[in-house]
Design a protein around this ligand. Structure first.
Ligand code: PEP
Ligand code: MN
Length: 350
């Protein structure tokens, strides 16, 4: 439930509504807007006495949010949320952010070379996993904390913001220390205790769609993070499993406009995991920008044939540079632009 205040409502009117919400056993969440304040009512609001709240001074209307994901819905917040993961690195505004880098952090040389290459090509942020959720327990599992240290080094070298995955609560605490945005991977999209944990950490979160998750499931998972008080959630479409083995996953382009209609949260597209095939990444990245994605996540490796994970879907740096050039006019054709690369390196002394 959402209580929309009149533009002329006073601070005392807002306070009075918050008190009443608390008295009824719920938690009020005041959200000041440019013109008016809205107050969210957190909890199982089916038993709230909204007619009483509606009659309080300064209240314009009471909106019953129909969607099961309350705070993630556009009913709750009509304007698109802009998530800023580092100064100037935004998702959800007119600029499209490009997150690029290898699947895994493998060595200092590999991650720094990757960071320099993607930055030179026009990326906004660097990705690379230090904790890797691999299908086989015998496959490369990532460098762990050392991988995070190498990402921090790459950030110092290039000024790129860092997006990297956490697989459990302890890992999330570590990732929060080193990175700008915590990625929750497809396999953990419904790990609700992890979602609550990253909700409490307060760092921006990139939440990837599970491989068998509906859009409703994705938005409900986002709700777990929002419900803990963390509004900085970026969604990511990365393909779903189907019967067809022609591609690794079925990259669901439709999810982009569907999510944007249902939710105010920004959504990025990951055509790398979405297709699993290097030569399909470029066309699907172009299509994702045309479809309105707020960002694109692309795996790029200096030597894809030597990659310890996901080499087959990783672009060569030159392919990535060409892709970025192709994305510019596509973004412009729909009234957007690519986010600028961060200022001249080294810019970051964190
Ligand atoms: C990744 O980003 O490298 C990754 C493991 O992605 P997903 O969780 O979408 O499979
Ligand atoms: Mn990968």
């Amino acid at each position: 439930m959402l209580v929309v205040m009149q533009p002329a409502a006073t601070a005392a009117d807002i306070e009075r509504v918050c008190e009443e919400i608390t008295r009824q056993g719920f938690k009020p969440l005041p959200m000041p807007g440019e013109v008016r304040t809205a107050i969210g009512l957190l909890g199982d609001d089916s038993k709230a006495d909204w007619s009483y709240i509606e009659a309080l001074p300064g209240v314009a209307s009471v909106l019953i949010v129909q969607k099961p994901y309350r705070q993630a819905s556009r009913e709750w917040k009509p304007e698109t949320t802009i998530v800023e993961i580092a100064p100037g690195v935004r998702f959800g505004g007119p600029e499209i952010a490009i997150v690029a880098g290898p699947c895994s952090v493998e060595s200092e040389e590999q991650i720094v070379t990757s960071a320099r290459a993607v930055r030179a090509a026009g990326a906004t942020a660097l990705r690379g996993g230090a904790f890797k959720p691999r299908s086989s327990p015998y496959a490369f599992q990532g460098l762990g904390k050392q991988g995070l240290e190498l990402l921090a080094l790459a950030r110092r070298e290039t000024g790129l913001a860092i997006v990297t995955e956490a697989m459990d609560e302890h890992g999330a605490d570590l990732v929060a220390e080193y990175a700008d945005c915590i990625q929750i991977g497809a396999r953990n999209m419904q790990n609700y205790s992890l979602l609550r944990h990253v909700g409490r950490l307060g760092k921006p979160v990139m939440l990837k769609r599970g491989m068998a998750a509906t859009i409703n499931d994705l938005l409900l998972s986002a709700e777990y993070i929002l419900a803990e008080g963390n509004p900085n959630v970026i969604l990511c479409e990365r393909g779903v499993r189907t019967f067809d083995s022609a591609t690794r996953n079925l990259f669901d382009l439709t999810a982009i406009p569907v999510v944007q209609k249902l939710s105010h949260l920004p959504i990025v597209a990951d055509p790398s995991h979405g297709t699993g095939l290097r030569d399909k990444v470029t066309p699907m990245a172009r299509a994702a920008v045309a479809a309105g994605a707020d960002g694109v996540l692309v795996e790029v490796h200096p030597q894809p044939d030597k990659a310890l994970s996901d080499g087959a879907q990783s672009l060569y740096p030159e392919q990535f540079a060409q892709l970025v050039q192709q994305l510019r006019p596509i973004a412009e054709a729909i009234g957007r632009s690519l986010a600028p690369t961060p200022g001249t390196a080294p810019v970051d002394v964190r």
